[in-house]
Design a binder for this molecule. Sequence first.
Ligand SMILES: Nc1ncnc2c1ncn2[C@@H]1O[C@H](COP(=O)(O)OP(=O)(O)OP(=O)(O)O)[C@@H](O)[C@H]1O
Length: 300
Amino acid sequence: MTDLPSTLNLPSYKEQSSDVKKRLDHIKSQPVVIEVDKLVKDFPTEEGMRRILDQVSFKVHKREFLSIIGPSGCGKSTVIRMMACLEDITDGLILVDSYPVTEPGADRGMVFQKYTLFPWLTVKKNVMFGLEVGGASKFDAERDALQWLDIVGLEPYADLYPAQLSGGMQQRVAIARALANKPKVLLMDEPFGALDAQTRAKMQAYLLQIWKKIDITIIFITHDLDEAVYLSDRVLVLEANPGRVQEMVEVPVSRPRSPSQFLSPEFLTTKIHLEELIHPSPEEAQDDFEVVKMVAKEAG
Ligand SMILES: Nc1ncnc2c1ncn2[C@@H]1O[C@H](COP(=O)(O)OP(=O)(O)OP(=O)(O)O)[C@@H](O)[C@H]1O
């Protein structure tokens, strides 16, 4: 396993073209929108308190796309739920624009894996809901809702009900609903995890288009390494028991992204590195590696 990169003649995942380096340097020079500082989370269990997250620290910059990956149970959802204040903080801080968060707020929009639309409201009214709760008039809420539905390509479906839409379309409505409140950060917890592979690929492309159009920072949890590399500027890798930061990996793949990059050397070398971090034991990793090696060989 250790001789894999030389066998394949892949560059190091740390090698960056000048374009990529320039882009990443630019992102890192931008203001920090959200900072997680020495975050700790304990959950009660039958045997007493169990430490789920231990001293987790990282920063996310304005307009960055950061993915969080890690073994099942390492605390990815817990981190993002704490950012949204859906879960109490045991110790440490989460700061948005340098201020500690203490309650859910419109500055942090959230999209979950399960479809969370109100089934009794039309698509348009689902998007209007948060705006009206936030004090917008019906007229303004309707105008804004239609604009956001247009951005996610669903304006013609505004008067349908969620059950009349496919899973992918429902997630686009959920994204429009989250964005309508103009959050600084969009928190996405495995948003495409329940979708079939083809719809998922389309949703990834949609999300990149939306991200390009608007001023938003995205934090995205996924189990899918292709998805993490394809979408992100950086990938935060957590280790488990307790959840700790293992590495912050800068993605050396140029933008704009396209599916043709999945077989590029820089994409493969990053994916192999993430795979090594998540499945460190040779026995565990062997099967997955054989597949990656075959794909890499086919790519020449
Ligand atoms: N409310 C809770 N009470 C007790 N334990 C919890 C609670 N929520 C989460 N946990 C535990 O905390 C750990 C981390 O859970 P979390 O869902 O954050 O992990 P994850 O990395 O997102 O997992 P997965 O990749 O499987 O979705 C798990 O062991 C889980 O059982």
